[in-house]
Design a protein around this ligand. Structure first.
Ligand SMILES: Cc1ncc(COP(=O)(O)O)c(C=O)c1O
Length: 440
């Protein structure tokens, strides 16, 4: 029987070396941490190395990795083709004060997969690319307000750091709630909309059409728990923004090259004006990119007089470029078909596990992404997802980890190409054991 205390003391015993590392890290880093998303109490496991779909921690445990650096490693860890490209590049130098051929080669590959991207510009993170997307929209339209969705996550981007994970009480309307600190001008200039709600979105957009520069949306709410948009919702959003000359930004940091070769825009058949990319595009190395309509992107063109000044010491660095090229080359239609099949199997099996253990749980899934929600309600937006029991989720996550399977602490997972049915079955077996313990 796993009471909370037993579970925690088991974890403390299981992670002696990680605990030492964490204690030392705390002396240097606030809370021992550089990246909030990967923290979970009492402290995370520290990784020693990784290969394929497995990681090994400092205490020597082997764990099957369904988190994949928060959904960014579609080929798993240390894929031989990526390693080979990167090794060659590292020997040839890692960053120059000059461009390389690789940036347009990767750009051509992106534009082939996402025809809405007429021009592309690289950054070192999705957060920076999201920031640029807002800047470009404001500058292009001359308007200041931005609409985003409740539960929508766009990284550490000042303009969108509201209502990412707001506390919910049943009588609260959807509104801009700062994520911790946010300057007053961000809160005042951000309109928060309910995801998958066509009526509300059409009404609000119409109401503030004169002031609205852009609507930024994840085609699948990612960190809120893999909540796919309904097709009609994204189509309505496209129509409403087009009608009033509002820029539609798809944040495809998670969905790009994941839910299909052409990302969410191909999957849903909706063409955004701008697209924010990251994660998979860098093949395991730091990256972000903003792409989209030529007239909007030309604001960055330094050959005229650029409206937006944008640089970055490591933008389009050849290591990330080559890792990205090597990764996209591997992602053939057959590979996607296999990943998606395994994603479907992962979700189906988890639903059976929860049904058999009489747990209130829902599993959301699209292509090779899935998430577990410990709620009896259907999950279709941020609020329905937050109806879950966070304690059950936390215990399930920790229990699963000690059984040798890693999801993110929020119960999100994805398939990587080195995975087979065997790893998916292991996920189901470990989930069943974890659910059994939680039941008791
Ligand atoms: C949808 C979405 N947008 C933007 C970001 C920020 O990207 P990065 O972590 O590369 O800054 C993330 C990160 O998880 C994300 O999920």
């Amino acid at each position: 029987v796993d009471s909370s205390r037993d579970l925690l003391s088991r974890y403390l015993r299981w992670t002696r070396r990680s605990r030492e590392a964490y204690e030392r890290a705390k002396r240097t880093l606030p809370g021992g941490n550089s990246r909030e998303a990967i923290f979970y109490p009492p402290y995370p496991i520290y990784v020693k190395r990784a290969e394929g779909c497995r990681i090994w921690d400092l205490d020597g445990h082997e764990v099957i990795d369904f988190a994949n650096n928060y959904l960014s490693l579609i080929l798993g860890h240390a894929h031989p083709k990526v390693v080979e490209s990167v090794k060659t590049q590292v020997e040839d130098g890692t960053a120059y004060s000059s461009p390389t051929e690789y940036e347009y080669v990767l750009g051509e590959m992106v534009e082939e997969r996402m025809p809405s991207i007429e021009k592309i510009r690289y950054t070192n993170s999705g957060s920076e690319a999201a920031t640029l997307s807002i800047l470009a929209s404001r500058s292009y339209t001359g308007r200041v307000k931005i609409a985003k969705f409740e539960g929508g996550h766009h990284g550490t981007c000042e303009s969108t750091m509201v209502s990412t994970r707001p506390p919910i009480s049943s009588d609260l309307e959807v509104k801009a709630v700062p994520d911790g600190y946010a300057p007053y001008y961000v809160v005042e200039n951000t309109i928060v909309l309910p995801f998958n709600n066509i009526d509300a979105v059409e009404r609000v957009i119409k109401g503030c059409r004169e002031e609205l520069a852009a609507v930024i949306v994840e085609p699948v709410l990612g960190s809120a728990g893999v909540i796919p948009a309904e097709r009609e919702f994204l189509k309505a959003l496209r129509e409403a923004t087009e009608r009033y000359g509002i820029i539609l930004i798809f944040d495809e940091v998670v969905t790009g090259f994941r839910v299909s070769a052409g990302g969410g825009q191909e999957y849903y058949g909706v063409r955004p004006d701008l697209t924010v990319l990251g994660k998979i595009l860098g093949g395991g190395f730091p990256i972000g990119a903003l792409g989209g309509r030529g007239d909007v992107m030309s604001q960055f063109d330094p050959t005229g007089s650029p409206k937006i000044h944008h640089s970055g010491s490591f933008n389009a660095n050849p290591v990330s470029m080559r890792a990205g090229i090597a990764t996209l080359k591997e992602l053939t239609p057959e590979v996607y078909a296999r990943l998606n099949r395994l994603g479907g199997e992962a979700a189906r099996g988890l639903r059976i596990v929860f049904e058999e253990s009489h747990m209130k749980a829902k599993v959301t899934q699209i292509a090779s992404l899935f998430a577990v929600h410990f709620t009896g309600r259907e999950v279709y937006d941020y609020r329905s997802a937050t109806s879950e029991d966070p304690e059950v989720k936390y215990k399930f996550f920790l229990r699963l980890l000690m059984n040798g399977v890693m999801l993110t602490p929020r119960g999100i997972g994805c398939i990587s190409t080195p995975m087979t049915r065997l790893e998916v079955e292991t996920l189901h077996r470990c989930a069943s054991e974890a659910a059994g313990d939680l039941e008791r």
